[in-house]
Design a protein around this ligand. Structure first.
Ligand code: NAP
Length: 313
């Protein structure tokens, strides 16, 4: 087994992980970063990004992540295209083992494994992801000015996304598989009172239909979950808001988590229930979920890890 002793191990390669790496490397801590299953994280499956500060023109999500990676590399981060398969937070230093057989022996660990939006997982969905289908209205809503869009889901996220989208879209149709929402009542009231929003109860998406090369979403085929009636709608966009899953299975029983498996950190801090282990980005944040907030937390985690290492060695 390849044993690597280091100051800071960063697990995950989204904006939180890369930013933590940039700060830790510039503090001369020679961080090691294990990139995980989806190098670059959620931004690699988006297209246009207009809300990451510092760029006057529209940039592409995958490009932004490549630049962050380059920046982290240039300042001295050691990259590993690998997957962490086990962690031991009881030993000091901490131990993390990877799929390829590496063993990291680390004074401090920053967890930035992110979260994945849940998708419907129907074949036509993947074809139009980033080309009409999105899981983030804050990121992509602006691109649907004066167009008709659907939002799928019945929780807080779906209702918030539907309300947000009314700022841009000419019409928003909320498609929900049952006939009642699980979103908070106050949000439901706002939804019902918004003239731009229509609700299609008891409906599920069967297929997304559109054009190829370039891919462009044009229609959605729905099916009534009670009587099987099919309905085809002309739409330009579809927002899937059926929940997120934080990537925390590796840390179950080892760190305090909330009832939805998000890692709990101290107020105004990225410190977890284990001293020396920090969590940044979507893995600990179910509210903001933005690249810029994740990057900010990555910075905090690196600064806190640096302080921890100084005080404990
Ligand atoms: P959620 O509460 O789990 O709701 C998911 C919704 O998607 C449910 O309505 C569910 O339908 C539907 N759904 C799930 N799988 C589906 C599928 N395969 N096909 C069609 N529909 C499907 O998720 P969320 O809305 O993302 O919220 C997650 C957590 O974050 C919640 O605790 C929420 O309160 C919190 N949150 C809070 C705020 C806020 O406080 N402002 C904002 C956003 C999120 P069923 O209802 O039939 O199960």
């Amino acid at each position: 087994m390849d044993k690597i002793k280091n100051n800071i191990l960063i697990i995950g390669s989204g904006p939180a992980g890369y930013t933590a790496a940039i700060y830790a490397a510039r503090a001369n801590l020679k961080p090691h970063l294990v990139s995980g299953l989806e190098p670059g994280g959620q931004l690699t499956i988006t297209t246009d990004v207009e809300n990451y500060p510092g760029f006057g023109d529209v940039i592409q999500g995958p490009w932004l992540m490549e630049e962050m990676k380059k920046q982290a590399l240039n300042v001295g981060t050691v990259f590993h295209n690998d997957i962490v398969t086990s962690v031991n937070f009881e030993s000091k230093p901490f131990i993390a083992k990877t799929e390829s057989g590496k063993e990291f022996v680390s004074k401090s660990i920053i967890i930035a494994t992110g979260a994945q939006a849940r998708w419907l997982n129907i074949e036509s969905e993947s074809k139009f992801k980033g080309f009409g289908i999105s899981a983030c209205a804050t990121c992509d809503g602006f691109f649907f000015k004066d167009q008709k869009v659907i939002v799928v889901g019945g929780g807080n996220s779906a209702v918030e996304e539907a309300l947000f989208l009314t700022k841009f879209a000419s019409k928003v149709i909320l498609v929900h598989r049952r006939n009642s929402l699980r979103a908070e009542k106050i949000l439901q009231e706002r939804l019902f009172n918004n003239k731009k929003i229509e609700i299609l109860w008891d409906n599920k998406v069967v297929e997304f239909i559109g054009e190829d090369n370039p891919n462009s979403l044009k229609q959605v085929l729905l099916e009534n979950t009670k009587n099987g009636t099919k309905l085809k709608l002309d739409i330009s966009g579809a927002f899937i808001a059926i929940g997120h899953d934080p990537a925390t299975s590796l840390f179950k029983g080892k760190l305090n988590m909330d009832n939805e498996n998000y890692i709990i950190t101290k107020n105004d801090s990225t410190e977890t229930s284990v001293k020396g282990v920090f969590a940044a980005g979507d893995v600990k944040d179910k509210i903001y979920r933005q690249a810029v907030t994740a990057a900010g937390m990555g910075c905090m985690a690196a600064l806190e890890a640096e302080k921890y290492i100084t005080e404990n060695n």
